[in-house]
Design a protein around this ligand. Structure first.
Ligand SMILES: [Zn+2]
Length: 406
């Protein structure tokens, strides 16, 4: 009997666990802002009453109240993730001057509906009797003098960001596939300084970047997600097999003290002989990094022509991503190398059919760069910069594809 009770408890905990771990989601398609011209008031007032109806996949803690200047309805929802949901796509969003939402505090989401005049919160409740949980708020227009923001509203908002500051959800890149390629690994630690290895630092960064990109709807393939060695050719093959739209290699190499600091972005340039890239190349087995084009068994001239033809399409797209990347990094105050975009003949960049970019996050040989690379806060900023560049690039790719179809 006692064992049975313990098992019942364990089962209860197991059943409760996934629900508690996963944030609740808003079903945007089942949610709406509508006019509710019911009752006697609709003949007396203009505008008509409004009903906000939000469908959630499970009940959550919530609160709703009005604030003034301008009149707004604020709804706070505990444990709800609204990221990736665009408030402009809520049915009836145009009935309100503005609707914003986002997370405003750990574990809480805030919905702010700017109202087209003074209203009273006539009714608000959460219905859990249907297949979905529905949070409904009925707003009735009132005369300006009768508009009464909740007395405690000011207190409720104190110490919290102003509702107007609710950040918009980050742009998404649904349908995009990216291959992240953390350099080195296994018996090849890459550059080393102060007990840190390039292989471990870029893997940590890649895993953090993967989470951020997946949250934006990007499908992320990895050439490695653990400390193993992967040959350069296999890295490109992995990108091709994943159907990647973009290959992003991540490094944090070393150069002699004082020669290099800050992030640098490399795109393919077969003729590049820049000092830095030549020195980087010397650090790696020559056949591996500067592998050159593998033309065995090919008619050299024909193969080169075919590759150049493919590259006339991919090269500008690689360069476009490189430019977006450096501009997003600059906007976030991330230190850039003196010449942030460079051409290099790194063989991981030589795929003629996949836009490919190599990002040196910094130089492990530089004290500031190494401190940045080991600082989670700095990495979070860099992750955001790269994620913004990826979603921006995907948006531009969509525009380019539309132009090509015309
Ligand atoms: Zn490297």
């Amino acid at each position: 009997m006692r064992a049975g009770a313990i098992w019942a408890l364990v089962l209860t905990l197991l059943l409760a666990w996934p629900a508690a771990a996963q944030p609740a989601r808003l079903a945007l398609g089942g949610s709406a802002l509508t006019e509710a011209p019911q009752g006697w008031w609709h003949r007396l007032f203009d505008p008509v009453p409004l009903r906000l109806d939000m469908a959630l996949d499970r009940p959550v803690q919530w609160r709703a109240f009005l604030v003034g200047d301008p009149a707004r309805l604020v709804i706070d929802l505990k444990g709800v993730d609204l990221s990736g949901q665009d408030p402009a796509r809520l049915f009836g969003a145009d009935l309100a001057p503005a609707i914003r939402w986002g997370s405003f505090r750990e574990g809480w989401a805030r919905v702010v509906v700017e109202l087209p005049g003074p209203f009273r919160l006539h009714q608000a409740g959460m219905r859990t009797d249907g297949p979905e949980t529905r949070l409904q708020a009925l707003l009735v227009p009132v005369a300006p003098d009768d508009f009464a923001p909740r007395p405690s509203a000011a207190a409720a908002l104190r110490n919290l960001p102003d509702p107007a500051d609710v950040p918009p959800p980050p742009p998404r890149a649904d349908g995009m596939v990216i291959t992240l390629d953390p350099g080195h690994g296994g018996f090849d630690p890459g550059a080393q300084a102060d007990g840190e290895t390039e292989a471990a630092l870029v893997l940590t960064f890649a895993l953090e970047l993967r989470r951020a990109l997946e949250a934006r709807g990007v499908t992320v393939a990895m050439t490695r997600d653990e400390d193993v060695y992967v040959r350069l050719e296999d890295r490109m093959t992995a990108a091709r097999q994943a159907g990647a739209h973009l290959l992003l290699s991540l490094h944090a190499d070393a150069l002699p003290q004082g020669q290099a600091a800050g992030a640098t972005v490399y795109v393919w340039n077969s003729g590049a002989n820049a000092r830095a890239s030549a020195q980087l190349a010397l650090r790696h087995p020559r056949d591996d990094l500067l592998g050159g084009l593998d033309l065995r068994g090919q008619d050299d001239a024909l193969a080169l022509t075919l590759m150049d033809f493919a590259r006339t399409d991919t090269q500008p797209r690689s360069e476009a991503f490189a430019r977006l990347l450096t501009s997003r990094m600059a906007l976030r105050g991330i230190g850039l190398h003196g010449r942030p975009v460079q051409g290099a003949a790194f063989s991981v960049l030589k795929s003629p059919d996949i836009p490919s970019v190599l990002l040196e996050l910094g130089f492990i040989s530089d004290r500031t760069d190494l401190a940045n690379l080991t600082d989670p806060a700095w990495r979070a900023g860099m992750v955001e910069a790269v994620a913004e560049a990826v979603t921006g690039w995907w948006r531009d790719e969509g525009a380019r594809a539309t132009l090509l179809r015309r």
